[in-house]
Design a protein around this ligand. Structure first.
Ligand code: ADP
Ligand code: MG
Length: 637
């Protein structure tokens, strides 16, 4: 090798070495993805060239056709894939084919590999490492490339996929990139034109440049979104989605929009089935691809949809924008802003349609993406009510945790005279079912939404009001809020059967309340008789029927800030509870009974526990044991 070739040797970045090892040695069955990945890179390079041809007067070689050619040397088992795209300089070769740009990708792929989930590993193209899939089939790869930039000499990158690569000068007459793949013995079967053609049809049919296998054009080369909906089959949409997202999984739903006036644009949008963020990958590149008159302006134009719709994939093509738009942001451009607003509205309507017509599908979608969708409630004021209609909740009336209802369905079942939509946050259904806060709602047959995701508390307080009804946390409601609702049957019966309390009992009860105040001191704001409880002996409530941050928010704050003081509350005591009645009489006979003192303490701490606040066990456990001792000695004698 002569000096004039300027050969340089490079080591792969550590992450690349790990990746290559993983690709070669994992039990990876779909080796044919390498064709898809290399063709997709060629297509990207052609997109960039097409754009430069239209926008940059100084770019030469405008007459070179934009195309991909695949040749197969069956005898030597070599496949070559050549494109007339922008090409790469020496520095670009080293940068693009020697390092992983997107941090975190490798970590994620390793995790997937450990799980041996083949299907997930097929997501490789989505992590910006698609090129390396070629080493699953290649014993050596040569990338010959000549940049579109004048005066940049052609270069050849060579690697066996072990350790490193070399780059040296090479002769090439035309701009573009040629990838030569020397197949391994056990993958020699790919040196077959029919096989490659089949793979192109399967994964790369929608590449918008002709792909020749030998002399034959193997793909369809049409912009699907320009065809009328009636001429596109479900299969075509599905194929297009797979092509667009480099995945093997079809979309959950498809939305094909075509608008002529006042905005002229065409768009195919998809809701995916799987939330990759949930799988542990950070936020992916997102946003639809933006085209102007079929020329790609930008892949993943993330400003076209708000962050809370970042899972939406697809294309948007408009006649009304110019190629210059690539230098502007969506916010700078009035047409794009209007398109974006229109699309958001259509997407939310689309989701509402699915919810109305295909509920099971909607629930699946919501379980994947609901958490992201909810972000919109905080960030998109204009669409807040539309988003509110898309939320799903479990409730006190649901038969199990799986049953979900919308706010509209809740409203349809509201009691006459009910003035708010009530909800309560808790870790689980069983916890919420026994919450003393719900007793007054149950008495009036009022449904309460159960929220398990702490974020829902925040989301509902942001919504504030739905169809003119305020949203209210049940632990902030007072019996007054329910006073206009006719009582449920049970409560009616109970009231008729109940005898008025004697004056003697009332004064003994007041004495117990005074005792509570004595024992608890300034740990509570007040102690008083409860009107809201049906069964539980005690409950902690906000003074004056609510306001201020909810208990959940306060708990969250105390986790962040150890000095944070939870707001003091009022302890309400239920006159009808048997334990309370026992305490009233013990206290009457012996106003200094230590058992009453212990019980006051314990009832207070029980009420805290029901709110999910843990009292000090070193005091609580001995106290409970003392109380148990007292109870057991009664039974013994
Ligand atoms: P990704 O395509 O997601 O960026 P890849 O591993 O497939 O990741 O490719 C890495 C980079 O190599 C590309 O981003 C591109 O810059 C460069 N590249 C690969 N193939 C070509 C090609 N045929 N022409 C020009 N550049 C290419
Ligand atoms: Mg790629």
């Amino acid at each position: 090798m002569t000096d004039t070739m300027h050969e340089e040797k490079f080591e792969f970045q550590t992450e690349i070495k790990q990746l290559l090892h993983l690709l070669v040695f994992s039990l990876y069955t779909k080796k044919d993805v390498f064709v898809r990945e290399l063709v997709s890179n060629a297509s990207d390079a052609l997109d960039k060239m097409r754009f430069l041809n239209l926008t940059s007067p100084e770019a030469g070689g405008k007459d070179i056709p934009l195309e991909i050619r695949i040749e197969i040397d069956d005898k030597h088992k070599i496949i070559s894939i050549t494109d007339t795209g922008i090409g790469m300089t020496r520095a670009e070769l080293a940068q693009n084919l020697g390092t992983i740009a997107r941090s975190g990708s490798m970590e994620f792929l390793k995790q997937l590999a450990e799980k041996k989930q083949d299907d997930d590993l097929n997501l490789i193209g989505q992590f910006g490492v698609g090129f390396y899939s070629v080493f699953m089939v290649a014993s050596e790869v040569r990338v010959l490339s000549k940049s579109y930039l004048k005066d940049e000499p052609a270069q050849m990158w060579t690697s066996t996929g072990e350790g490193g690569y070399t780059i040296r000068d090479v002769e090439m007459d035309k701009r573009g990139t040629r990838i030569e793949i020397q197949l391994k013995d056990d993958t020699a079967e790919f040196a077959d034109a029919a096989r490659i053609e089949g793979i192109i049809k399967k994964y790369s049919n929608f590449v918008p440049y002709p792909i020749y296998v030998g002399e034959k054009e193997a793909n369809q080369v049409s912009a699907l979104w320009t065809k009328p909906r009636s001429e596109i089959s479900d299969d075509e949409y599905e194929e297009f989605y797979k092509f667009l997202t480099n995945s093997f999984e079809g979309p959950a739903t498809t939305l094909h929009l075509a608008s002529d006036a006042p905005l002229s644009f065409k768009s195919i949008l998809f809701l995916p089935k799987t939330n990759l963020e949930k799988l542990g990958m950070g936020k992916l590149e997102h946003g639809p691809d933006l085209y102007a008159k079929k020329v790609l302006i930008q892949h993943n134009c993330k400003d076209l949809v708000p962050d809370y719709l970042r899972f939406v994939r697809g294309v948007i093509d408009s006649e009304d924008i110019t190629l210059n738009v690539s230098r502007e942001t969506v916010q700078d451009n009035a047409v794009l802003r209007r398109i974006s607003r229109h699309i958001v509205k259509k997407l939310l309507e689309h989701m509402a349609d699915i919810l109305a017509g295909r509920r099971d599908d909607y629930i699946k979608f919501y379980k994947e993406f609901g958490r992201i969708l909810k972000e919109g409630v905080a960030t998109d004021y204009d669409n807040r009510q539309r988003l509110a209609k898309l939320l799903l909740f479990n409730s006190s009336s649901s038969k199990d945790r799986e049953e979900l209802i919308t706010l509209n369905e809740y409203m349809d079942r509201m009691q006459d005279g009910q003035e708010a939509i009530y909800y309560l946050v808790g870790s689980d259904r069983s916890v919420l079912d026994v919450s003393p806060h719900l007793e007054m709602f149950r008495k009036k047959n009022v449904e309460v939404l159960y929220l398990y995701d702490p974020v829902d508390d925040f989301v509902l307080s942001q919504i504030g009001e739905f169809e003119k009804k305020p949203l209210k946390s049940a632990d902030q409601a007072s019996p007054d809020d329910l006073k206009n609702i006719k009582s449920g049957k049970d409560e009616e019966k109970e009231r008729k059967e109940k005898k008025p309390e004697t004056l003697a009992f009332e004064s003994a009860f007041d004495a117990l309340i005074a005792r509570f105040k004595d024992v608890l001191g300034d740990r509570v704001l007040d102690v008083k008789a409860s009107e809201r409880l049906a069964e539980s002996p005690c409950i902690l409530v906000m003074p004056g029927g609510g306001g201020g941050p909810s208990i959940q928010v306060q708990k969250a704050m105390s986790m962040i800030d150890s000095n944070f003081q939870m707001a003091k509350r009022v302890l309400e005591v239920n006159k009808d509870n048997p334990l309370v009645r026992n305490l009233v009489s013990i206290n009457k006979n012996d106003p200094s009974s230590p058992l009453v003192t212990e019980c006051c303490e314990q009832l207070f701490e029980n009420a805290m526990l029901m709110e999910g606040i843990l009292p000090d066990p070193s005091k609580m456990v001995p106290r409970i044991q003392k109380i148990m001792e007292a109870a057991s000695s009664q039974v013994k004698s």
